[in-house]
Design a protein around this ligand. Structure first.
Ligand code: CTP
Length: 406
């Protein structure tokens, strides 16, 4: 592990495992990191400020109202850190972070923190299993926070069960991996679309599809963890630490993606875009009257992916608009229920994208709505690479590594 010059901010809350963090600080310091520590008032019941100060070779931060420079402490600490680790994290602090409560320095920094956060909870096993605590952890995970679950074993409260702070080695490697990982796409802007578009028929009816948006969401989370500036253009409600643009129809999605086009380095069209929309949207709810049959006239939606690829072929404006990026990577997805290889090969050349990620939607154990996926990556030069069945998170990581390594 080398953490040379990395800024690690450790938040310690009031749990008996606080004493273990002394050793953790030594491990981080030995590998070259600069460490600053924030304590909650209760943490100081278990460990002293002097110990933490000596080990971290930095001031230990506790109060919010003793600023040493013009910037409020919670902002300058949040700006300083490359990563924030909260260990041990009590159920109380976890709950406050979820709710955005900022009633001490640690929770205020957490509230102002927009980079990678890792939380290592430690508590009594019954508290750990409490539905509210588990819900809170799920919410944080959804916001991009990495949770290191506690281990099983003897607990300080006398119980035996799940609740012990996970091993220090595990915490170290999670921090190490996160810091190295966030270098991979640093400085890159990645635009990802997700979800099925919704094409209105009248104020109460629409045409859509079964896309859950999970694959696009996993890609967005992974790209964010890899250090990219992420924009997720989605038809779903998403709470995330990166920019989310909610859209409805294919036309809305096209507008939103076009707005991000110039500044983007990678565009991934994971959305299931409706190929058609109704020709004449009815402002009023359509009445069935005496009709036995109803025919809706549909018109073709633009092919967002194909048009992006066409736009890329056009000569670049000279000078380039401010912030515009050259050499974009454009990636499409394709959902096929038969002849996957033939259809995917034809699609990649027809659309003109660099990569096409092909999904076999005839399989019920993967794809639409599932947490798992198995895809085949086709590249424009004829390369084919199959990714074995895995969680959408793992598949997302492999896709991003693949398309940025080619
Ligand atoms: N796509 C798009 N705009 C559309 C339709 C599709 O940008 N109007 C994109 C999707 O986001 C996906 C890729 O094109 O990245 C392929 O989508 P898919 O539905 O598999 O292909 P289609 O072009 O719709 O072809 P078909 O429905 O005939 O299989």
């Amino acid at each position: 592990m080398t953490l040379q010059n990395q800024h690690i901010l450790i938040g310690i809350t009031g749990g008996i495992a606080a004493y273990k963090i002394c050793e953790l600080i030594r491990m981080f310091k030995k590998s070259g990191a600069d460490v600053k520590v924030i304590v909650t008032p209760n943490a100081l019941n278990f460990v002293t400020k002097l110990t933490l100060q000596n080990l971290s070779q930095n001031d230990v931060y506790e109060g919010e109202f003793t600023p040493k420079n013009w910037k409020p402490e919670h902002i300058s600490l949040a700006d300083w850190a490359d990563i924030m680790l909260i260990a041990p994290a009590t159920a109380n602090t976890i709950g406050k972070i979820v709710q955005g409560i900022a009633d001490n320095l640690l929770t205020s920094v957490a509230c102002a923190f927009s980079k990678k956060m890792i939380i290592a909870p430690a508590m009594n096993c019954n508290m750990w299993q409490n539905v509210a605590v588990q819900n809170n952890l799920n919410i944080l995970e959804g916001r991009g926070v990495e949770i290191l679950p506690p281990d099983n074993g003897f607990l300080a409260c006398g119980y035996i069960g799940k609740g012990r702070l996970c091993s220090l080695e595990k915490i170290c490697s999670a921090v190490d991996e996160a810091l190295n990982y966030q270098q991979i796409l640093k400085g890159k802007k990645v635009v990802i679309t997700s979800g099925g578009t919704i094409e209105d028929i009248d104020p109460v009816r629409y045409i859509s599809n079964y896309s859950s948006g999970k694959m696009g969401l996993s890609l967005a989370k992974t790209a964010y963890d890899m250090g990219a500036e992420v924009v997720l253009v989605t038809t779903k409600d998403v709470e995330a630490p990166y920019k989310v643009t909610k859209v409805k129809s294919a036309l809305d999605m096209q507008n939103a993606v076009n707005n991000e086009y110039d500044g983007s380095d990678i565009i991934i069209m994971a959305a299931a875009v409706a190929d058609y929309r109704v020709k004449n949207y009815s402002e009023q709810k359509m009445k069935k009257g005496g009709n036995e049959n109803l025919t809706l006239e549909l018109v073709k939606n633009p092919d967002i992916l194909a048009e992006l690829c066409k736009k890329r072929q056009a000569p670049l404006p000279n000078p380039l608009p401010q912030g515009a990026r050259e050499n974009k990577i454009i990636v499409g997805f394709c959902a096929e229920s038969e002849n996957l290889i033939e259809n995917a090969k034809e699609k990649i050349s027809k659309k003109g994208c660099d990569f096409l990620i092909a999904n076999d939607i005839s399989r019920k154990d993967i794809g639409f709505g599932s947490d798992n996926n198995e895809v085949t990556i086709f590249d424009k030069n004829g390369g084919i690479n199959k990714l074995e069945k895995a969680s959408k998170q793992v598949i997302a990581r492999k896709i991003l590594e693949y398309i940025t390594n080619e």
